[in-house]
Design a protein around this ligand. Structure first.
Ligand SMILES: [Zn+2]
Length: 506
């Protein structure tokens, strides 16, 4: 046992040393890791991050309900913050199986024990949790003797509009400490919400059987449940709201530097590709999901969603690659605003990678007032007079369809050794030709369309034989533009994953 402990300390020392070496922000005493419910199907990791100075111990939990992803993602990001004082204990994926299956309940739990957040000891009853996962978590939390426990959740509706939901609320255990912190947490998160009825409100106490209620009643800690609202709000926005609230609390109780920002911080360790996937106005409903699935096929890759505000806040400096999924290129550009578009250009110019799929390939083009001009291509999009129908824009070719695509030799070396001709989903992606700008290098064609779809007679013959996938460079960065949707088909995801690795410089 003794050797095990000293080995562990050696490991801490190495971690601390490598962090000092690289200047990465992280507690210098180190990080302990282990598992809750170890060896069972519900096994899930915890992280204990020690600050340099003594201070409070705060437990942060996410993903207790598996269909509430924002809290889990926020906890994953917060665990990489630089803790100055005290100890931050993070269990980012409490109900890991539920998160995978996108279900509130714990998969495989006994009848009556499926809602994890009703399985902790209730006021006035025995100090005992029900169900294997709750028992293991409760034992861990009890051993930790926390001063604070913050549990991150999501509601389906805004509480002010739908009182049946606790969405957009902070539910606290009513201690002197929580009463001191809740107003400034509300102030911080509500500063980013224009409509008053969508703002966060304070509720209390946490429901009986919840982890927050039990930790307050049985362990005497100050506890809160932070609830974002999933209705009509994209994931990166909800994750940022969670970060902002936790950030306000941690800075109030002195655990992080007062000038720290609630940033999206990937882990300092790990050599995997760090991929930012745009998920904001203009991205189609499942566009980002399919890109995340594709990105996670790359070994050790980290794939986090970002929105325009994250980008304007400087999140990209922590990533190797940004991906713009399908949807509407002009709307994606509008969401970014001019400053965000400038940041993308600077990011690529200084060596970052760019992958644009369908809308993202319009966004990279050189021919629109709103486009990024990081690739020397233009798109076939002018309006033409269609007999009997009036002026029609040529980009529109109708519903989603399958077309044939042929890889070039260059395409095979970047995208992998796939059969020459592939069937791929196409949905109004750009019909690409050279823009001929002197300031940009020529692009390379990695794949050609070998069949076409059209809505109007005028479009016939304008797609077959044009580039389906092109690659180029902008400054020190690599740019990949993909007109069709390989991310929509399981068998073509590896092709796009290779393209992402190439664009990310791997
Ligand atoms: Zn919940």
């Amino acid at each position: 046992m003794k050797w095990a402990i000293s080995y562990l300390w050696l490991l801490f020392a190495c971690v601390a040393f490598s962090q000092i070496e690289t200047g990465i922000e992280q507690g210098e005493i180190g990080i302990e890791q282990g598992e809750i419910a170890a060896g069972s199907r519900w096994e899930t990791p915890y992280f204990i991050i020690h600050g340099k100075e003594p201070g409070p111990k705060l437990i942060l939990t996410g993903g207790v309900h598996g269909n509430e992803p924002a809290g889990s993602l926020a906890a994953e990001q917060i665990r990489n913050w630089n803790i100055l004082r005290g100890t931050l204990v993070v269990i980012p994926r409490v109900n890991a199986l539920g998160l995978e299956a996108n279900t509130r309940f714990v998969p495989g739990a006994e009848q009556g024990e499926q809602d994890l957040n009703r399985n902790f000891p209730k006021p006035g009853s025995k100090n005992e949790a029900t169900g294997a996962l709750a028992k293991s978590l409760w034992e861990f939390v009890t051993e930790q003797k926390p001063d604070w426990l913050i549990d991150l959740h999501e509601g389906y509706g805004f509480h002010q509009l739908q009182p049946g939901s606790v969405g957009s609320s902070i539910i606290d255990s009513d201690t002197i400490e929580t009463d001191r912190s809740v107003p400034s947490m509300l102030h911080a998160v509500n500063a980013g919400i224009g409509q008053e009825k969508l703002q966060f409100v304070n509720l209390s106490p946490p429901i009986k059987g919840s982890l927050a209620r039990a930790t307050a009643e049985f362990l005497g800690a100050s506890t809160m449940i932070l609830e974002t609202t999933s209705k009509d709000q994209r994931l990166p926005f909800r994750v940022r709201q969670q970060r902002v609230m936790v950030h306000e609390l941690l800075s109030q109780i002195g655990m992080i530097a007062p000038d720290a920002t609630p940033s999206m911080t990937p882990p300092a360790d790990g050599d995997g590709l760090k991929i930012a996937i745009f998920d904001d106005e203009g991205v189609s409903s499942n566009g980002a999901d399919e890109v995340v699935k594709t990105a996670l096929q790359i070994p050790r890759a980290l794939a986090w969603r970002v929105d325009a505000e994250d980008i304007r806040d400087g999140a990209l400096k922590r990533f190797d690659l940004v991906v713009f999924p399908g949807g509407s290129g002009s709307k994606e550009a509008a969401a970014l605003q001019e400053s965000g578009r400038g940041i993308i250009r600077d990011f690529v110019e200084s060596g970052g990678g760019y992958v644009g799929i369908c809308a993202g390939a319009y966004l990279a083009a050189a021919n629109y007032p709103w486009s990024l001009r990081i690739s020397n291509h233009q798109t076939f999009c002018e309006s033409r007079e269609v007999p009997g129908l009036g002026k029609k824009s040529m980009w529109y070719r109708g519903n989603s369809a399958t077309v044939a695509m042929e890889l070039s030799a260059a395409g095979k070396s970047v995208l992998g050794d796939f059969p020459d001709t592939l069937q791929v989903r196409y949905h109004n992606g750009p019909i690409v030709s050279a823009a001929g700008l002197d300031s940009l290098p020529k692009y390379q064609v990695l794949a050609w369309f070998r069949s076409e779809v059209s809505q109007y007679d005028l479009q016939q013959g304008t797609m077959t034989g044009t580039p389906a996938i092109i690659s180029t460079e902008f400054g020190n960065g690599r740019v990949l533009c993909v007109s069709p949707h390989p991310e929509s088909t399981d068998r073509l995801r590896p092709l796009l994953a290779h393209g992402m690795e190439w664009a990310g410089g791997r």
